[in-house]
Design a protein around this ligand. Structure first.
Ligand SMILES: O=P(O)(O)OC[C@H]1O[C@](O)(COP(=O)(O)O)[C@@H](O)[C@@H]1O
Ligand SMILES: [Mn+2]
Length: 313
């Protein structure tokens, strides 16, 4: 799995700071697909680049792996380049991300927005909830931490749609880390005991919500998600994936269950991982993280290779 995210990250790294989101994404997608197709399993993409008619590669439902029909059936959620704009602008926290689970282990989330709420490990279950207001959640979290609400730090995507949320948090004196993109890293960051961020709030991509949940299954922490629909087309999309209760609040295990594995490689430097480095003499170094839900083992993997991975062919 680390080889898969490494391939994607290395391919995308050539496009860091080149101002071309599409090219960076395409490079990551192609490389990730090549690497997935070398693995001995019967894989199905359940969270991918989009629906079949809109994504030529790694679309939802695409079969990958060398053992179709005979090998272990694995469901895959992927985001070959999480942070396309970050990469184009050479910002922080772009990742190549992959999660796998046994068949049926990952929510088949449509590509719509998801309201997300996440906190780190060690708190009572249900301490915060999307059923409550941001103010109630901040107060509950502060009380559990034994601090005042103004000592809490929240991570929020910097978007106009979060104006009311940000105003409410500012009213409480909460410190807000506004991130330009990359809420997979944003959510994972709240679970890191070394990070100062206590809570993740606001909406981002639903696929990214499932990927972040897979990571939280491994490192602990709580997340809730609720799909947000902007129009009937998005609602129809969700129904096509078998989602009947459109207002449902998903808990961690609804998003990712069973023995899932999460892997990510840094594309650009970030809170979680160092980015791809191209050294003199053509060597390339990467840093990755791979973790497993059933054991809670977290591995960090540094690679140092002679050059770019071979292209498929
Ligand atoms: O940019 P929007 O529409 O607010 O969507 C937010 C989503 O986009 C991202 O910031 C980046 O996603 P990409 O993989 O498309 O670059 C995610 O981390 C986040 O969930
Ligand atoms: Mn993404």
């Amino acid at each position: 799995m680390v080889r898969v995210t490494e391939y994607a990250a290395i391919a995308a790294s050539r496009l860091i700071g080149r101002g071309d989101e599409k090219a960076a994404d395409a490079a990551a997608v192609e490389a990730m697909r090549d690497a997935l197709n070398k693995l001995p399993f019967d894989g199905t993409v359940v969270i991918g680049e989009g629906e079949r008619d809109e994504a030529p590669m790694l679309y939802i439902g695409e079969k990958v792996g060398t053992m179709q029909g005979s090998g272990p059936k694995i469901d895959i959620a992927l985001d070959p380049l999480e942070g396309t704009t970050i990469t184009a602008k050479a910002g922080a926290n772009a990742l190549a991300v992959l999660a796998i689970a046994e068949e049926g282990g990952l929510l088949n989330a449509p590509d719509v927005y998801m309201d997300k709420l996440a906190i780190g490990p060690g708190y009572a279950p249900g301490l915060v909830s999307l059923n409550r207001t941001p103010t109630e959640n901040i107060r509950a979290l502060a009380a559990a931490k034994g601090v005042e609400p103004h000592e809490i730090i929240a991570c929020v995507l910097d978007r106009p749609r979060h104006e009311a949320l940000i105003r409410e948090l500012r009213g409480l004196g909460v410190g807000i880390q506004l991130i330009p993109d990359g809420d997979v890293a944003g959510v994972i960051n709240v679970t890191d005991p070394d990070s100062t961020v206590d809570i993740y709030m606001g909406s981002g991509g639903a696929p990214e919500g499932v990927l972040a949940a897979a990571a939280l299954r491994c490192v602990g922490g709580q997340i809730e998600g609720r799909l947000l629909f902007r129009n009937d087309d998005e609602r129809a999309r969700a129904r096509r994936w078998g989602i009947t209760d459109l207002d449902r609040i998903y808990q961690l295990e609804d998003l990712a269950k069973g023995d899932c594995i999460f892997a990510a490689t840094g594309v650009t430097d970030g809170s979680l991982l160092e980015g791809v480095r191209r050294k003199r003499g053509g060597r390339i170094t990467t840093e990755s993280i791979v973790m497993r839900a059933s054991t809670g083992t977290v591995r960090r993997v540094k690679s140092n290779r002679a050059g770019d991975p071979p292209k498929a062919g």
